[in-house]
Ligand binder design. Structure first.
Ligand SMILES: Cc1cc2nc3c(=O)[nH]c(=O)nc-3n(C[C@H](O)[C@H](O)[C@H](O)COP(=O)(O)O)c2cc1C
Length: 360
């Protein structure tokens, strides 16, 4: 598979981002590659009642409609997050809506939660749940979002929790997508409290996580964490894409496109926010660190900043699936080198330092 990706990458990168993405989904479904069975003895982790063979997951947005759950887990990921799923199918924004920024190893997307809808995703995950063999190969989270034209967005999240909890290992409440107008307002204190009150009322045994934006100020973060603790959520995911445009971006023309920026340029901000979250959460629940992971070093820094679990998406576009093994191998090596007996021991070990404004 890695060789195939190196071979295919120049061709795929001639296509526009959305076609290349469709091609990857089809390739994952067609190529009968074998399961990555390498074991990493120091990497298993426990979080919100689930056991993970390793901490690295595929972030939301790649497998929006749960088409490639088993192939993704075969690549070596410890878990995958499908979605964002909306209650009703919706087409998302007009095309083109995804742009590669190769010099920055970044992407800007304004998909706008294009989704096949809850029923389709549910049916696919139901089928998977029946296969005991697949269930053992890794966990599957479901990322949920409200329909763009919904008159009752909170109601949408509640129906998604009710409709998907029995086919998901966890649910991630996406209130940080920049591409659905007004959605990010749900991160405000009163709005979040009202949302989580109803979501937690609908909760079954399936863990509920909340995914936040990297653009939150620390005062907003204080509010989010206060509400999250009060409502007893199971974890936070830090972070989604950013609406900011760092001044050092090299692809200046493309960076003017509207949408959420992901990949290398979001690493510093999202990791800084992760470190602040870790210090404030005081082990009340675990954190998933996501944003700009592209090698073992950046993955390790997220662990040191406070992440128990990790996710990536954009780096896969540039590095291909061999990246998964490289990161796991690198994490295992760092733990050994620094004398940690498990990954859990290293979580947050440099949060204070990374939380300083000039940490990089
Ligand atoms: C094309 C694309 C689509 C995405 N769609 C979603 C989504 O539906 N829901 C969500 O919560 N995050 C979505 N994300 C955000 C990612 O899950 C992740 O939080 C973000 O890209 C930062 O990680 P990265 O730098 O490793 O890509 C999307 C990202 C990209 C690039």
């Amino acid at each position: 598979m890695p060789d195939l990706f190196q071979l295919m990458r120049p061709i795929m990168h001639l296509l526009d981002g959305e076609h290349a993405h469709r091609m990857s989904i089809q390739a994952l479904n067609l190529v009968p590659f074998s399961r990555n069975t390498r074991l990493f003895p120091l990497l298993p982790v426990e979080a919100f009642g689930l056991s993970f063979a390793n901490p690295l997951g595929l972030a939301a947005g790649f497998d929006k409609n749960a088409e490639v759950v088993a192939p993704v887990l075969k690549l070596g990921f410890g878990f995958t997050e499908v979605g964002g799923v909306t209650p009703l199918p919706q087409p998302g924004n007009p095309k083109p809506r995804v742009f590669r920024l190769p010099k920055d190893k970044a992407v800007i997307n304004r998909y706008g939660l294009n989704s096949a809808g809850m029923d389709v995703v549910r049916a696919r995950l139901e089928f998977r749940k029946l296969e005991q063999h697949n269930r053992q190969s890794g966990s599957v989270g479901v990322n949920i979002g409200a329909n763009k034209d919904s008159p009752d967005r909170v109601g949408d999240y509640v129906s998604l929790v009710k409709g998907l909890s029995d086919v998901a290992d966890y649910i991630s409440v996406n209130i940080s997508s920049p591409n659905t107008p007004g959605l990010r307002n749900l991160q405000g204190k009163a709005e979040l409290d009202a949302l989580l009150a109803r979501v937690m009322e609908a909760k079954t045994t399936c863990p509920i996580l909340v995914k936040i934006a990297p653009d939150l100020e620390l005062s907003d973060l204080d509010d989010v964490i206060e509400v999250a603790k009060k409502r007893g959520i199971d974890g936070l995911i830090i972070s989604n894409t950013t609406i900011a445009r760092p001044l050092n971006l090299l692809e200046t023309k493309l960076s003017a496109e509207t949408g959420g920026l992901s990949g290398q340029p979001v690493f510093v901000r999202s990791t800084w926010l992760l470190a602040h979250t870790y210090q404030r959460v005081e082990s009340a629940f675990p954190l998933i660190g996501v944003g700009g992971i592209g090698c073992a070093d950046t993955a390790w820094t997220k662990i040191c900043a406070g992440a128990t679990l990790l996710q990536l998406y954009t780096a896969l576009i540039y590095e291909g699936p061999a990246l998964v093994g490289r990161i796991l191998h690198g994490l295992e090596a760092r733990l050994k080198e620094k004398g940690f007996a498990s990954l859990q021991e290293a979580v947050g070990c440099r949060a204070r330092k990374i939380g300083k404004r000039d940490w990089q």
